[in-house]
Ligand binder design. Structure first.
Ligand SMILES: Cc1cc2nc3c(=O)[nH]c(=O)nc-3n(C[C@H](O)[C@H](O)[C@H](O)COP(=O)(O)OP(=O)(O)OC[C@H]3O[C@@H](n4cnc5c(N)ncnc54)[C@H](O)[C@@H]3O)c2cc1C
Length: 224
């Protein structure tokens, strides 16, 4: 399935771009070879052209309408990695329409669809975003329970500043005593982040950030 590079044994970490059906399949197969794999997806959710869209009260398959399993290994693969309750047969009455309007049934064959349901949902979003998600899902009580966690969080403005001439203040990271800054770090001193010039990351302290939460980005950058 993969083109095998001669130095394959040296590869330990793989980035997979895209989380349709091919991406997670590659992830599974590479993990079986002992690789560490990270899948990157540009859309909000995985699925690609097999994805379903949420519609009020349900979900709609907007891409591929069903799948067949002509290779008997495929249902075993799905059962093993996705669980046998993740797909089921679709007994839909499918017909071809001829030009003269006559209809003919599709050939007899098992057709499968995914079964979109979860037994449990784990939300790992920060409390404020998790609260919004709960509100939007009609779970106001759960959202209310997050309020204490939301109020305990302090905001932090962050800036990445590029210097064409490298600076050498005698440190690569500092926890500051400063009216604005809490932390400054030479990002380019971290392994694998070397670049022309130098990038510094500046974190505002909680008090200053809170007081300037709604400041425009350009005004905030100028004031530093
Ligand atoms: C309307 C429709 C009907 C179809 N019907 C059938 C059918 O009946 N039978 C059949 O066999 N096939 C059908 N297909 C095709 C089938 O859905 C696709 O062949 C299959 O889903 C492709 O899977 P994939 O993982 O290769 O690619 P995709 O599903 O396209 O996945 C690629 C993923 O990469 C992501 N991506 C793209 N660029 C980036 C980037 N720069 N960084 C990170 N992520 C990125 C995309 O967002 C996407 O999630 C249909 C497709 C459509 C749209």
């Amino acid at each position: 399935m993969f083109n095998e590079a001669p130095d394959r044994h040296l590869i330990r970490r793989t980035a997979v771009i895209g989380s349709g059906i091919a991406g997670p399949t590659a992830e599974i197969l590479l993990k079986e070879q002992g690789q560490s794999v990270t899948v990157f997806e540009k859309s909000r959710a995985p699925g690609g052209r097999l994805a379903a869209k949420r519609v009020p009260g349900s979900s709609a398959d907007i891409g591929a309408q069903y799948f067949t399993a002509r290779n008997p290994a495929f249902p075993d693969f799905l059962t093993r990695y996705a669980g046998d309750d993740s797909f089921t047969t679709w007994p839909g009455r499918l017909v071809f329409q001829h030009r003269d309007g006559r209809r003919e049934p599709f050939p007899e064959e098992e057709r499968y669809v995914g079964t979109p349901r979860f037994d449990r949902v784990v939300v790992t979003a920060p409390p404020a975003q998790a609260g919004d998600l709960m509100q939007a899902s009609g779970l106001e009580e759960v959202a209310a329970r997050l309020e204490q966690s939301i109020s305990a969080l302090a905001p932090c403005w962050a800036v990445a500043a590029h210097f064409s001439q490298p600076l050498d203040p005698g440190f690569d990271g500092i926890r500051c005593q400063h009216p604005v800054l809490y932390w400054a770090a030479n990002n380019s001193s971290k392994p694998g982040r070397e670049d022309s010039g130098q990038w510094w990351v500046l974190h505002g302290n909680a008090e200053w950030t809170t007081a300037h939460l709604d400041a425009s980005r350009s005004r905030w950058v100028r004031s530093w």
